[in-house]
Write a protein that binds this ligand. Structure first.
Ligand code: ACO
Length: 339
């Protein structure tokens, strides 16, 4: 077991139930074939290396905020709650609408949930799982009864569209869940973990000024305010961390891998996910993959997986579900729930 696990074990008092979910997907589909007309790439390369076939990109009149509002509204509706029931909204994103105010503050306003608390958090692709854990912790203390947790990204505004190493990977989208305090002791978050290793920050960063570019950096594409990524290093980090993080979570929670109904993994690369599934001996479809349709939507990817499975009727009350994400920072996190 990882030495840090004991520290991260929450003493949960009031259980939180995942009461509803929602999603907002931009209408515009960008296929690999379309991308290959603007950068030197091909459908075959992208599919073989990543599993991505298309991604969604925002169009006229859409934004991180509008996607968050749509996903949030749906989640509230499916939880059968009114906006005024919300104690707080947390938006996990690495592509916020603005640096300030938070996207969450404007989301709360547009939902009609004022004066609910509002905060954005940034943990790159791990952001939603971090936010889910933090929201479950807040409910556990009794401070709030209902919290909206959104994972949203508009990465199309953050990638360098002339850099084929990154622009083929990412997509836009948002998904949300509502957590509600619940009296059933059998439901809720039964284990959570959150980790970081900032020494690896150079492997995925978005420089605002020239000062932010590491010395002797070989990956900088030349454009400030765009995502820079050392794909090989991130790949190595993901492959070496994903499987162990899943095993640590089930061990710490005292459950067996076989008992999990679904493992909702951040969709960074189908090869990374399928490799981990193979090594864990998971030959069925319990590790869900939808990167072929959405690309890597960073903080939105894990809640998008959850919402799709929930809408498909593949997740029901009583199921054990593990949320897992890894990303820039470097960061990684898990959240194990009994639905
Ligand atoms: N089309 C065609 N060729 C390309 C493309 C492209 N889109 N991108 C890179 N190449 C070329 C490279 O230039 C290189 O050419 P060279 O050999 O002539 O130099 C060749 O393909 C191989 O490049 P690699 O980088 O070694 O390719 P690799 O097999 O590692 O795949 C990839 C690259 C897909 C990016 C992989 O490294 C990966 O998935 N890494 C993890 C990425 C990831 O998960 N990022 C998200 C992190 S999570 C978050 O927090 C956002």
């Amino acid at each position: 077991m990882n030495a840090g696990l004991a520290r991260s074990q929450p003493r949960i008092r009031i259980p939180a139930r995942i009461a509803g979910s929602g999603a907002a997907i931009p209408a515009r589909v960008v296929t690999n074939a379309e991308l290959s007309r603007t950068v030197d790439t091909s459908d075959a390369w992208i599919v073989q290396r990543t599993g991505i076939r298309q991604r969604y990109i925002i169009g006229e009149g859409q934004s991180l905020l509008s996607l968050s509002v749509e996903a949030g509204r749906q989640a509230l509706q499916s939880a059968q709650l009114a906006p005024g029931d919300l104690g707080m909204a947390i938006v996990a994103t690495m592509s916020p609408q603005m640096l300030t105010p938070s996207t969450a503050a404007r989301l709360v306003d547009q939902l009609g949930a004022t004066p609910a608390g509002a905060v954005d958090i940034g943990a790159a692709c791990s952001g939603f799982v971090y936010a889910l854990n933090m929201a479950a912790g807040l409910i556990a203390t009794g401070a709030m009864n209902n919290i909206l947790v959104v994972g949203a990204e508009v990465l199309s505004q953050t990638v360098d569209w002339s850099d084929r190493r990154t622009c083929v990977l990412f997509g836009d989208g948002a998904a949300a869940v509502v957590l509600s305090a619940d009296s059933s002791p059998n439901q809720g978050c039964i284990h959570q973990s959150m980790y970081s290793n900032g020494a690896g920050w150079r492997d995925l960063y978005c420089p605002r000024t020239n000062q932010d570019i590491p010395e002797n950096d070989a990956i900088f594409s030349g454009k400030l305010n765009t995502l820079q990524m050392n794909g090989r290093e991130i790949y190595r980090f993901a492959v070496s961390t994903l499987e162990q993080t899943i095993l640590d979570a089930v061990e710490a929670a005292g459950v067996e891998l076989d008992q999990l109904k679904a493992i909702l993994v951040h969709q960074s690369n189908a090869r990374i996910i399928e490799g981990a599934a193979r090594r864990l001996g998971l030959t069925d479809d319990r590790i869900y993959v939808n990167i072929d349709r959405f690309g890597n939507t960073a903080a939105a990817s894990v809640p998008l997986c959850f919402h799709e499975l929930r809408c498909a009727g593949r997740l029901v009350e009583g199921d054990l579900v593990l949320f897992v994400a890894l990303g820039g920072g470097l960061t990684w996190a898990t959240s194990l729930w009994r639905l």
